[in-house]
Design a binder for this molecule. Structure first.
Ligand code: BGC
Length: 879
């Protein structure tokens, strides 16, 4: 075989893709290996579309000439709601040694979900008085139903909720998704998840049950002690089960025949944790035959079905388990006797315990924290999040995990463990379940420096901890909001490390919706909730609102998803127009409250705003950057007039920036961040000015003892600013510095994730006294993007890595480094190593170019070359 079978994907969905929203889902494939002369000259798609009863709706093939293989248009008739298509693809070799058609791919499956018109089910919630808002118990809802005939051919459950929901069919859990339906501005968009439940439904008597909890819909969260009932006072489940049998189709949906009762979760809160009282669990409640006559009828709740929509991204799931690395007998934060458990890694998740039998009423309690101080959990930084889970035994032993909460932690403290266990007993009975959006890993980095590798690992863990349905600032304290500035800084890094495309595309829909709601302002976090003392939805803030332009740009660069750019275009343009209006004719955005270079290392604990760099300098720089981004997007989309208009705006803002901020003599304009912005955002006039700025930046780094002087704005840029102006040594000095503040100083203090502040932990091992101190914020980890592109040397040149650069820049005494990325064309890799030889050293660079892509090799000391797919090696002798 001269070419391996293509691997086929549908949109940005995992396989099988059930309940999708697209009626013409785009297809992408990659070929893992092919002979060197292979070029895709044509592709053939074969598809078979069926209705739920198995009737064939369409069966066809389509041949298209050309080399397109990423997000190609759907070749068939639009998929009707519920239609299922099995799709295969093969490619024809159009290269010099063209050998005809290659093998077929494995089939990919895509099933369309329901449209708002396809719903007959009602939203149903508890029909009894739930009592005061602070003390509501999480409800259970159920309905028995009969399935006619003798065979179940297929069954799908379409599910969403006001609140959070987990479904059971005949006593068995449906799927393994968590925190469904996640968090969107629910009045605008409520996501529906679809499950194949063919194996759970049977002919005859059945029952469908749902756990329901407050979640983001009406639970307590937010600033200043939080709010309740933010989206409404009533939780409800919207479920529609469609079963096809040999005797016809049955649809079981929410209706007045459902029953409701308070369940065994006496507390279920995202911030505070959960209490499960096993004594209150009605045995067999989600099985047929359960007597629910003592339960209450349900309330049928109003719902605008037009807001129902399919998710673009994956649900939250448990993606791994962390066993304890140590368990010791130690007091808890309030002096309580118990067991201190170290999971060895800060992360988002929740515990699972296997508790032995003990007298009914025994309470086992688990508290959580990111760090220890004085030998016990340090919980002050959680602020108003209790992060406490409890199980109340009914006498029997049980394995238990909370259902509707998530915590950010490395350590737990357990009290109330029955009997007299040893540390080993407790260690064997507890794991932490890692929870986040279930995205595929797509990026890796390694080097010869273990501290640098640990830094990279910390970035990966901060990503995992904060991609929990929406991109959050932190997973632990009473915040966990979709801060736009944080993801603006981190999106390029994220897009390399994980397949974040579906999840962030989904969140960008929420961003657009909130932006529309607030007249063009992109709020500092999305979804928007009341902002307490500081935050209003009318604040236009540089670096934060720019998520509207820069997050779609970063996603497109990685995925070549033009439709996403098109979809977000109005949002991006509206943001830039808004800010250009604020800047006015002098093109300087120098009014209003700005977060500027938030949290640079000089910001005192109580005032994270107080940075070295003029915040209005940062604002004007961002206006230029976003205007340039819109100009380029417009060009990509063929909107030529806009391309010219926004390029002119960008030029004018850059000119105004130079006039006002370059060489002004003001110390707040002569900082690491100021120079980094000017260089990377292309605000300077000509190469000489760039080189001068690079020299000055390098001098500032050197004079600062190779310590970091940047916050959220400067940190993602500073190493690029140096390496792109001939100051590679200064970039490495900064990257590899162990002097505080620096990335590796965090590592030296035992960080397992990226901290919010450079000094979240002080050098003496105590926690920063600032009330805003987290140990798990990804923004300062944006340097990993530079590790991938410059240290290892794997950088896209064209969207989707169709053309990319292999341009490693060894330095800093590293003897090897490598990066690998799953591009839309398959896996690309660069690995370099300095080898000792008798007469000096040799730099050996190896790269892998996926089929369909081209790489420009730019290795120091070697002639630049362009190579096609396959493995390549360059060797350069050094003195
Ligand atoms: C969050 C940040 C956010 C910032 C904005 C903090 O409370 O945790 O990461 O971007 O506020 O001011």
């Amino acid at each position: 075989m001269t070419v391996t079978p293509p691997v086929l994907r549908v949109e940005h969905h995992a396989q099988p893709a059930l309940g999708v929203g697209e009626d013409r889902p785009r297809l992408s494939w990659h070929v893992d290996a092919a002979h060197p002369a292979y070029r895709q000259g044509a592709y053939e798609v074969a598809w078979r579309t069926t209705a739920p009863d198995g009737a064939v709706v369409e069966e066809a093939t389509s041949v298209m000439d050309g080399d397109a293989q990423v997000l190609v248009p759907w070749p068939g008739a639009p998929l009707a709601p519920r239609a299922r298509a099995e799709v295969r693809v093969r490619t024809r070799d159009g290269g010099a040694d063209g050998a005809g058609w290659g093998p077929w791919s494995e089939p990919a499956v895509v099933e369309r979900g329901l449209t708002p018109d396809d719903w007959t089910a009602e939203l149903v919630g508890p029909g009894y008085d739930e009592g005061p808002a602070e003390a509501r118990r999480a409800p259970l809802l159920r309905r028995g139903f009969d399935v006619p005939g003798s065979t179940v051919r297929s069954a799908r459950l379409h599910l969403t909720a006001h609140g959070l929901v987990e479904a059971e069919l005949n006593g068995r859990r449906v799927g393994r998704d968590e925190l469904v339906p996640g968090w969107t501005p629910y009045d605008d968009r409520l996501r529906v998840y679809a499950y194949d439940v063919t194996d759970l439904v049977r002919p005859g008597a059945n029952a469908l049950g749902t756990w329901l909890a407050d979640g983001w819909f009406r639970g307590r969260y937010g600033f200043d002690g939080g709010h309740r009932d933010l989206y409404g006072a009533h939780v409800g489940v919207l479920a529609q089960l469609e079963v096809v049998t040999d005797a016809g189709t049955v649809v079981v949906g929410g209706d007045a025949a459902w029953r409701s009762a308070p369940g065994p979760l006496t507390r279920a809160s995202l911030y505070d944790g959960e209490t499960f009282d096993a004594r209150l669990l009605p045995a067999g409640w989600s099985e047929p035959g359960f007597d629910d006559s003592a339960w209450s009828p349900v309330a049928v709740l109003p719902l605008d079905r037009a807001v129902l929509a399919a998710p673009d991204g994956p649900p939250v799931r448990c993606t791994g388990e962390l066993p304890p690395v140590s368990v010791t007998r130690a007091p808890g934060p309030d002096g309580e006797d118990g067991w201190l458990v170290d999971f060895g890694q800060n992360h988002s998740g929740r515990p699972r315990l296997t508790v032995p039998a003990a007298p009914a009423g025994t309470v086992v309690r688990v508290r959580h924290a990111e760090v220890l101080q004085d030998g016990t959990l340090y919980t002050r930084t959680l602020r108003d999040a209790a992060a406490t889970d409890e199980v109340v035994l009914d006498g029997a032993g049980l394995t238990w995990e909370p259902r509707f909460t998530v915590h950010g932690y490395r350590y737990a403290h357990v009290t109330g463990w029955p009997g007299t266990p040893t540390e080993k007993d407790v260690a064997a009975a507890i794991v932490s379940r890692v929870l986040h959006s279930d995205m595929a890993r797509t990026g890796w980095f390694a080097s010869s420096d273990p501290a640098l590798d640990r830094l990279h690992e910390n970035v990966v863990w901060s990503l995992r901890s904060n991609f929990v349905d929406i991109p959050t600032d932190c997973p632990q304290r009473d915040e966990r909001l979709g801060w736009t500035g944080d993801i603006q800084a981190f999106a390029p890094t994220a897009a390399f490390l994980y397949d974040v495309h579906g999840m962030l595309a989904d969140w960008l829909r929420s961003l657009s919706a909130e932006q529309r709601r607030f007249g063009g302002t992109v709020p500092v976090y999305v979804p928007w909730i009341p902002g307490g003392t500081y935050w209003q939805p009318t604040q236009d803030i540089a670096g934060w609102g720019d998520a509207a332009t820069l997050v779609p740009e970063a996603l497109h660069r990685d995925s070549a998803d033009r439709a996403l750019l098109e979809r977000q275009y109005a949002s991006a343009v509206t943001w830039v127009d808004k800010v250009a209006g604020l800047a006015g004719p002098d093109r300087l955005w120098d009014t209003g409250m700005q977060l500027g270079d938030w949290l640079d290392p000089t910001a005192p604990p109580e005032d994270p705003l107080r940075a070295q760099t003029d915040p209005h300098l940062v604002a004007t720089a961002y206006l230029a950057r976003s205007a340039r981004s819109v100009a380029e997007t417009a060009r990509t989309l063929g909107r030529d007039d806009d391309a010219v208009r926004y390029a002119t705006l960008a030029d004018e803002v850059a000119a105004a920036y130079r006039k006002r901020y370059v060489d002004s003599g003001d110390a707040t304009h002569d900082t690491q961040t100021a120079h980094a912005l000017a260089i990377v955002f292309d605000l300077l006039d000509g190469d000489d000015a760039r080189a001068r700025a690079g020299e000055r930046l390098a001098a500032l780094v050197r004079d600062g003892g190779d310590t970091v002087g940047t916050g959220f704005a400067g940190t993602p840029l500073v190493t690029d600013a140096l390496s792109s102006t001939g100051q590679l040594d200064a970039a490495y000095a900064l990257l590899l510095s162990h002097a505080s503040p620096s990335w590796l100083a965090m590592v030296d203090l035992g960080a397992t994730t990226i901290w919010e502040r450079w000094d979240s932990m002080l050098a003496d091992g105590t926690v920063n006294p600032g009330e805003m101190t987290s140990f798990n914020h990804y923004a300062l980890g944006a340097v990993a993007d530079w590790l991938h592109r410059v240290v290892a040397g794997l950088a896209p040149l064209e969207p989707g890595y169709r053309r990319f650069r292999v341009a490693p820049r060894p330095g800093g005494g590293l003897t090897h480094a490598s990066a690998r990325h799953v591009t839309p064309y398959g896996t690309a890799e660069v690995a370099w190593r300095v080898e000792d030889r008798a007469d000096g050293t040799e730099l050996v660079v190896r790269c892998v170019v996926p089929v369909g892509a081209t790489a420009e090799l730019d290795v120091p000391g070697a002639e630049p070359t362009v190579v096609g797919h396959g493995e390549h090696e360059v060797r350069v002798r050094r003195g």
